[in-house]
Design a protein around this ligand. Sequence first.
Ligand code: SF4
Length: 407
Amino acid sequence: MVVVGSNPATPTIGTMTTPLALYFHWPFCRSKCTYCAFNSVARILRPAEERAWVQKLKDSFDWHIRHVLPAEGAFSTPTSLFFGGGTPSLLSPEALQTLITHVCLPWNCRAESLEITLEANPETLTEERLQAFAQAGVNRLSLGIQALSAQDLSTFGRRHSLEQALQALSWTKNIFSNYSADFLYGRPNQSLKSWRQELSQILALECPHLSLYELTLEPHTPLCKKLGNTLPRNTASFLKATQYLTEETGYTAYEISNFCQLGMICRHNLAYWRYHDYLGIGPGAHSRLCIGGAKKALTAYSDPLQWFTSVQQQAGGIEETILLSPYNSLIEHLLVGLRLKEGLRWTQLIASAGPALVSTLRGSPLFQKLQEGHFLKITKEGLRTTSKGRAYVDGIVKNIADIFPKN
Ligand code: SF4
């Protein structure tokens, strides 16, 4: 069935049952944080430049609608839209509204039916801007606080003070019912005891959703160059304490780094971990789309200017498109699915990788060992990591990958 959109310039596409998550990447920040390895550049845009970049995001989205999605017929109405970065809260509310309205056109869907998340940095917010973001259609805010320590915020090169972060959180609470806050643990010189104390303070803030990530130091970052490899490395203890304290306070530790109060799970990120289809637009964005039973992987140019030029030349900003082999789909699906407390079902894994590989996996002695070591829980329906195993997902999947002959 073809649904007619209201903008004749925008191609229309049909509907089907595959869930689809949409992502827009805004690559600009006011300055670079010392630990940052994300695809972002320090640049302040003038209003005319912002308009030009927003137009390119729209053009790239339209290119994908024309050249990627229709290739397989119909895709379902999106369930979520996520503005990540970079610092997308630097965008004007008008620009966000333009993008939200634009992505609804091909499906003729209502913005209110989507979970629409905006990543935000505290220093970019005022109460008025938050209200304007909500009026533009944003219905979920993800606030990057990172630490309740003024000293660590300074070490990280964050542009906000602790007071600014708490003020922004207070405004957010008054305006959004669905919001999240991000924090980092395993920070330089942070003991497990001091993280437990800080986590108690974080939990007292009563955010409906928390993302609590372990800090990793990527080699090229200024913080890594300054500190070397001096982070506390008892990852499993930090993770165990984080899972325990959050669950004791009534949160569900539904993913290694994500915790929610009842009903406040992040729909968008769940789509990544369930290995559903997602379409990413913007510099460095990735997509995974199921094409004829196999996953198609699209990667956009990460350099913003290369991406901009590619969109200008009617090439969508895409650097590479590949069809993933069943083996690669299997490994990718395990890497994301085993991060989830719910794990994954055999039927889902078979849909990604086919029955032959899954059958080899299930018959492998390694599986037995991982179960006996209390890393995995395997049932007739599927598999999941235990809370112990969740600290070692990458290692578990690496071992599983070695079962198969290299291709
Ligand atoms: S605000 Fe986020 S994306 Fe920007 S430099 Fe800091 S960590 Fe990186």
